[in-house]
Design a protein around this ligand. Structure first.
Ligand code: NAD
Ligand code: TYD
Length: 351
């Protein structure tokens, strides 16, 4: 297959691209606008891969997307490009509406145009996989069962509302225009190449720099964490085996409160990179809570396990150890982000 993937210079996209080029014979055309969250350094080792072509483009540019689809004639689409950080969506929701809603609309239209021109096996096999989040389902109470594929949408943040809107567009394009779509709703990911604005890399880098570790509210909020390569394999599994028109929830069966995660990271770093004085946990600092902070997300991933045979291979201890070790071994990657130098590389300076 030739797969067109959006968002490949971001966290999940870069890990997905690496898994696909390593474990499958597929070729990839990858599309990324290199926003603040996109980083060429995350895929530098894949740029010259014979089965990969990187295109620096914005999914909000409808004409560019249309022309790209016409030129590349992809057999499948995996759509990950998005504005993805809840705190940023509170500070500036406009970009979320543009990229997550208008950008998805542009891709659906571009995909629809080529799909309608396809014939035979290429038409039969074409899929548009839309990568979404569990946050569209809203917030759970502590004792509630996890989200299933039929849980009603109830988003609270501008981020989750924009992702919910994009999911609705995708379903409408399936129902109205018979576009063969697949949807996935995944829980919080962690692993290598995650931008240091999300909880896990924030905590690791604060520890390594000896700075206060910001924990929102009392740290009681619960998330279901999944190691990023497990998500990448789930996406491939859905693309290759998922039933047209269906959605699949993806989760790690790994619920933890934020403060539990923070303490685990501090303990691991006490072992791997001890602080000069005392424990890293001494730096934990409870700060003002996020407005509208969802209490708990939890995923019931029984459908993808039962129907497609996917299950995560990492547990919290193994995944966290891999992640912390990666940040320890890849200082230049995050030091360039913290210094802002990666933005120069983004526009080609210093390459
Ligand atoms: P990320 O912010 O790390 O990466 C997003 C990528 O999209 C960046 O490379 C950025 O440059 C690119 N991008 C943004 N706007 C663009 C535009 N207009 N045109 C082209 N490219 C653009 O995000 P992530 O964490 O890798 O998330 C990827 C996808 O997975 C998103 O759709 C997100 O909603 C979804 N998701 C993420 C998580 C998670 O925990 N990170 C969980 C579930 C679902
Ligand atoms: P985040 O990684 O931003 O993901 P999301 O909000 O999409 O779940 O945050 C994960 C949890 O960690 C969330 O409950 C907010 C909390 N958090 C902190 O306590 N401190 C931080 O510095 C950050 C970034 C998040």
């Amino acid at each position: 297959m030739k797969i067109l993937i959006t968002g490949t210079a971001g966290f999940i996209g870069s890990n997905l691209l690496r898994v696909i080029l390593k474990d499958t014979p597929h070729s990839v055309v990858s599309v990324d606008a290199l926003t603040y969250a996109g980083n060429r350094a995350s895929i530098a080792d894949l740029m010259d891969h014979p089965r990969h072509r990187f295109v620096h483009a914005d999914i909000c540019d409808a004409a560019r997307m249309r022309a790209l689809f016409e030129k590349e004639q992809p057999d499948a689409v995996m759509h990950l490009a998005a504005e993805s950080h809840v705190d940023r969506s509170i500070d500036g929701p406009g970009a979320f509406v543009q990229t997550n809603i208008v950008g998805t609309f542009n891709l659906l239209q571009a995909a629809r145009a080529v799909y309608e021109s396809y014939e035979g096996a290429q038409k039969e096999g074409f899929r548009f996989l839309h990568v979404s989040t569990d946050e569209v389902f809203g917030s759970l109470g502590m004792g509630d069962p996890g989200f299933t594929e039929t849980t009603p949408y109830n988003p609270h943040s501008p981020y989750s509302a924009s992702k919910a809107a994009s999911d609705h567009l995708v379903r409408a394009w399936a129902d109205t225009f018979e576009l063969p779509v697949l949807l996935t709703n995944c829980s919080n990911n962690y692993g290598p190449y995650q931008f240091p604005e999300k909880l896990i890399p924030v905590v690791i880098l604060k520890c390594l720099r000896g700075e206060p570790i910001p924990v929102y509210g009392k740290g009681e909020n619960v998330r279901d964490w999944l190691y990023v390569d497990d998500h990448a394999r789930a996406l491939l599994c859905v693309l290759e085996k998922g039933q047209k028109g269906q959605s699949y929830n993806i989760g790690g069966n790994n619920e933890r409160s934020n403060i539990e995660w923070v303490r685990s990271i501090c303990a691991l770093l006490d072992e791997l990179a001890p602080a000069q004085n005392g424990s890293h946990a001494d730096k934990i600092s409870f700060v003002t809570d996020r407005p509208g902070h969802d209490l708990r997300y939890a995923i019931d991933a029984s459908k993808i396990r039962r129907e497609l045979g996917w299950q995560p291979s990492e547990n919290a201890d193994s995944g966290l150890r891999k992640t912390v070790s990666w940040y320890l071994e890849n200082r230049p990657w995050w030091e360039n982000i913290l210094s802002g130098d990666y933005r120069l590389e983004r526009i080609g300076v210093g390459r």
